[in-house]
Design a protein. Structure first.
Ligand SMILES: Nc1ncnc2c1ncn2[C@@H]1O[C@H](COP(=O)(O)OP(=O)(O)OP(=O)(O)O)[C@@H](O)[C@H]1O
Length: 293
């Protein structure tokens, strides 16, 4: 063994979330056929892929809506099973779905505490909820809402997205998954939401951003995980790739990757992947189980 092999152990903290070889079938449909995902604290990890690639299924498995049929999930380095949304919430996983699940007839404070209201005896503790909601919005530098007692019905699309994201971080969350947060927004509101996404990561959260929009991805993501036909085609550092390469990965599952990388062999009939070969925990480029520094 070389001296380098005896070098000091890697002191980097484990990723907040690591999925290794995740599989999910819906009857005869193999929605996930061996997916890997690494999401680190302080980073935005984009999850991209064509329609039907498996992005929604992946995030629903992480959120405990469907359990993975096979594969490993590690949370902060510990093996875990997420078999219900309550399990995911207990770990600190929050998901903001596209529909946002806001109640138009309630104000921002009540929406942020929806289903998890603070109580004083039998009554709602309005003042504690208002204080905490204001603190969270201030900590995220949200200045786009006029009053936290405003009804959500009167908010713009970007403001609604902001409220849904702020609600997700209210609960000491460690991993926030955002499903297409800018899909319905105009240019200025998209920019505000992307800045908020970046601030979440800068505040130390692990953020997974599901997106079809390469501008968004290249603007905020530190790494990009590409799904292709239910498999991980690559997880790459954003600085080490290009839009052309990511689009190639999305559309064909392979691309002219970094020198030394082995092109993935993904096809609709591909056999199960050798998950032992995956190396997504490193910062190296990982292409369907093959790694290049
Ligand atoms: N509940 C379900 N029952 C049966 N098949 C499903 C179910 N959910 C997803 N699928 C199938 O699993 C595959 C992956 O779908 P999924 O929705 O995860 O893809 P996606 O990447 O999120 O696509 P999109 O970008 O269009 O939302 C598709 O073939 C889809 O038809």
């Amino acid at each position: 063994m070389t001296q380098a092999a005896h070098a000091a152990p890697d002191l980097a903290p484990p990723p907040t979330l690591e999925v290794r070889g995740g599989r999910k079938n819906f009857g005869a449909v193999h929605a996930l056929r061996g997916v890997d995902l690494v999401a680190r604290a302080g980073e935005v990890t984009a999850l991209v892929g064509d329609n039907g690639a498996g992005k929604s299924t992946m995030i629903k498995c992480v959120a405990g809506i469907y359990p993975f049929d096979a594969g490993e999930v590690l949370f902060e380095g510990e093996a875990t099973h997420i078999s219900s949304p309550a399990d995911a919430n207990a770990l600190g996983v929050e998901v903001v779905y596209q529909d946002l699940a806001l109640c138009d007839n309630l104000d921002i404070v009540h929406n942020m505490f929806l289903g998890r209201e603070l109580k004083k005896g039998f009554r709602l503790d309005e003042s504690a909820m208002e204080t905490r909601a204001a603190e969270v919005l201030a900590s995220l530098s949200v200045r786009t809402v006029r009053s936290i007692r405003q009804h959500v019905a009167s908010l713009s699309g970007g403001q609604r997205q902001t409220v849904a994201i702020a609600r997700a971080v209210l609960w000491n969350s460690k991993l926030v998954i955002l499903d297409e947060p800018t899909a319905a927004l105009g240019v200025a509101q998209t920019e505000q939401v992307l800045q908020l996404v970046r601030r979440l990561a800068d505040a130390g959260l692990a953020v997974v951003l599901v997106s079809h929009n390469m501008n968004d991805v290249f603007e905020v993501a530190d790494s990009i995980n590409v799904l292709y036909l239910g498999q991980t085609a690559a997880q790459v550092r954003t600085k080490d790739t290009s839009r052309t390469e990511v689009i190639e990965l999305i559309t064909s599952g392979s691309a002219g990757m970094a020198p030394g990388a082995v092109a993935p062999k993904i096809s609709p009939d591909a056999p199960e992947r050798a998950t032992s070969a995956t190396a997504t925990t490193s910062d190296a480029t990982t292409t369907n189980g093959s790694t290049s520094a």
